[in-house]
Design a protein around this ligand. Structure first.
Ligand SMILES: Cc1cc2nc3c(=O)[nH]c(=O)nc-3n(C[C@H](O)[C@H](O)[C@H](O)COP(=O)(O)OP(=O)(O)OC[C@H]3O[C@@H](n4cnc5c(N)ncnc54)[C@H](O)[C@@H]3O)c2cc1C
Ligand code: SF4
Length: 327
């Protein structure tokens, strides 16, 4: 790990000004930053500590929705009674992420900006070719071991999956990411790789996430996050689904449904074709299973990740059926 200088920012403005310099990086919980600095993926010249800044850790929920400060800890947000009651998919996505120790350190802003777990990206000494780490160098994963790679949103330049859980729930619930005064829909905040896999989000050098906001809705209040993984804790998703569902007064016709996928795409993936197919339909197992298959529209598999094309629609269907009281 290379030496770096350390700045404890006195204010958000000071942090932003310092972060504009190339080679500067913000430090929140440090659970991604220090990890990647140790394996040589990040080589910051200056680390700007923002952990202690006031006014960025608050969680506020009212009739209009929730505002969650970027420095709020994952554990605090997961256990917040009003988040649990009004946005269960958000709470569950945090509960199923990482471990209790990590959640006690890690922040909401840092969680959104965590990097892919593509093993080639994380091992620069053995695999110098990685377009995400070193633009134009190639992709070691294509033709390599691909079990955890994406099947949606990929390009010839990168097939790495986005690993986080929270962002999937935020995309399903139409949340926004606030960069100071600017609010960007979470779905647009994350980018597919195209020919620039190194550019993963809309955030620019020197910008800071200050909060996420989530609008209240009946679908958000009746939502869940279902995560399938190789072991039951401390593991990233093989496939996951965040689903919010609102039924008509008859208790069986779909008025509103929100579906987003994790573990299978290069960014948190909104499955609009599934939603559009279900709205207005009477919920039953056959209709849900048929609609859920549309979640894989455009999927391309790369060897060992082919199982995700079969797995993800089942995860989506199970989450919708659960929300509709049918599973
Ligand atoms: C073993 C292990 C297992 C894990 N399992 C899961 C899992 O199952 N699901 C899951 O979702 N996550 C998982 N994680 C990832 C973990 O949740 C993230 O490391 C954590 O959320 C990052 O938050 P942090 O506050 O520590 O970020 P940091 O490490 O401090 O920062 C991460 C990045 O974000 C930038 N940054 C931080 N805050 C801001 C801000 N406010 N504005 C702009 N830039 C900012 C930093 O400069 C850095 O680039 C796991 C991590 C580990 C190590
Ligand atoms: S999949 Fe993306 S992150 Fe992984 S080696 Fe290829 S370019 Fe790098």
């Amino acid at each position: 790990m290379r030496d770096f200088s350390y700045l404890r920012a006195a204010s958000a403005d000071e942090a932003r000004q310092a972060a504009v310099q190339s080679g500067a990086m913000l430090l929140a919980g440090g659970t991604t930053l220090l990890d990647l600095a140790k394996c040589g993926v990040f080589e910051p010249e200056t680390v700007i500590d923002i952990t202690h800044l006031s006014g960025l850790s608050d969680v506020a929920v009212n009739e209009a929705g929730a505002s969650i400060g970027a420095l709020a800890k994952m554990e605090e947000v997961e256990g917040h009674p009003a988040i649990r009651a009004n946005f269960p998919a958000v709470s569950e996505s945090l509960w199923l992420a990482a471990s209790a120790q990590l959640r006690n350190m890690a922040t909401i802003g840092g969680n959104l900006l965590q990097r892919t777990r593509c093993p080639y990206f994380r091992d620069p000494a053995t695999f110098p070719a990685c377009n995400k780490r070193n633009p134009g160098s190639g992709c070691s994963a294509i033709g390599g071991v691909t079990r955890n790679h994406a099947v949606l949103g990929t390009s010839a330049h990168c097939i790495a999956s986005y690993p986080g859980d929270l962002a999937v729930a935020l995309v399903a619930l139409d949340a926004s990411v606030k960069l100071g005064g600017q609010a960007i829909p979470a779905e647009d905040f994350f980018l597919t790789p195209g020919d620039r896999p190194d550019r993963e989000t809309m955030i620019e050098q020197g910008e800071m996430i200050t909060a996420v906001t989530i609008p209240a809705s009946p679908a958000a209040g009746n939502s869940t996050y279902l995560k399938v993984r190789d072991r039951q804790s401390y593991e990233f998703a093989a496939a996951s689904a965040a689903v919010g569902l609102e039924l008509e007064a008859d208790g069986k016709t779909v008025r509103d449904v929100r579906v987003a996928l994790g573990g299978v795409a290069t960014k948190p993936w909104r499955a609009r074709a599934v939603e559009q197919t279900l709205i207005g339909k009477v919920l039953d197992a056959r209709t849900v299973e048929k609609a859920s298959r549309l979640a894989m529209e455009g999927a391309v598999s790369y060897g060992a990740n082919r199982y995700k094309v079969e797995l993800a629609p089942r995860v989506v269907a199970r989450a919708i059926l659960k929300m509709g009281g049918l599973a």
